[in-house]
Write a protein that binds this ligand. Structure first.
Ligand code: NDP
Length: 241
């Protein structure tokens, strides 16, 4: 029987590539999104992947949404916590509202999405939880104190949860992408983007597919000995971090 994979923010950007790669690897996939109905419906029609709309930062919406996914698609074997947002700006100009938005989508979602699926994974003796963090959660990034804090939190969550569930056949890992060509990065002013690309030794942004293939590996049966890891996917670095 095909395993079920649930990908948050799975209709666009890196999440879209993850959903498609998991489908191609034989999983039954459910993809969530926040509000872009047009993109989600086009994605659903093109790829035949079920889509569900809710806010990953809201505990009740997640509990209700996951119950719907489990009823319509099946019990979740693989959870990819991918949904994320940025609200960039220097910290001395930041508002608490921006801080909360970033924490809600990037970090609260680790609780709200994982808590409803963890019991089932433990009971069935198999589960794969893959959390998408960022190199900026590892090294810190000017203008992203909120995002860097949330993404660093994702790594701590991953390591702790991995230890708690290691004996139950449930692995928990994180992937820390470098800069990937999605709308999130294309929204950065062109001059800034070019200066970022200039620091990447291969001279280009990463592609979403390059992240998706790593997710397929971590989701697989064969990755059972990999847990509590953070896989950084970037093309070397000229900086010392
Ligand atoms: P995009 O902005 O391209 O896509 C974000 C996806 O997340 C969309 O599907 C969006 O839904 C969904 N989403 C956003 N907020 C919520 C929410 N509150 N509830 C549910 N879904 C939500 O992002 P990327 O593909 O660039 O990023 C994906 C992940 O990778 C993020 O966690 C990001 O932090 C991380 N990352 C990205 C990097 C990059 O260079 N792009 C680098 C390092 C990490 P909708 O379409 O409805 O808006």
């Amino acid at each position: 029987m095909a395993r079920v994979a649930l990908v948050t923010g799975g209709t666009r950007g890196i999440g879209e590539a993850i959903s498609i790669a998991l489908k191609n690897a034989g999983y039954k996939v459910a993809a969530t999104y926040a509000g872009n109905d047009e993109k989600a419906n086009a994605f659903k029609d093109q790829h035949g992947i079920a889509v569900f709309k809710w806010d990953v930062g809201d505990p009740q919406s997640c509990a209700d949404g996951i119950a719907k996914v489990e009823a319509e698609v099946g019990p979740v074997d693989v959870l990819v916590n991918n949904a994320g947002i940025t609200r960039d700006g220097m910290f001395h100009k930041a508002t608490f509202e921006q801080w909360r938005e970033v924490m809600s989508t990037n970090l609260d979602s680790m609780f709200t999405m994982t808590r409803p699926v963890i019991d089932g994974m433990r009971e069935r003796g198999f589960g794969r939880i893959i959390n998408i963090t960022s190199i900026n959660g590892q090294k810190g990034q000017m203008g992203q104190a909120n995002y860097s804090a949330a993404k660093a939190g994702v790594i701590g969550f991953t390591k702790a949860l991995a230890q708690e569930n290691a004996k139950k056949g449930v692995t928990v890992n994180a992937i820390a992408p470098g800069y990937i060509a999605t709308e999130m990065v294309m929204a950065v002013p062109e001059k800034v983007r070019e200066s970022i690309i200039a620091t990447i030794p291969v001279g280009r942004l990463g592609e979403s597919d390059e992240i998706a293939e790593a997710v397929v590996y971590l989701a697989s049966e064969k990755a059972g000995f990999v847990t509590g890891s953070t896989l950084t996917i970037k093309a070397a670095s000229t900086s010392p971090e």
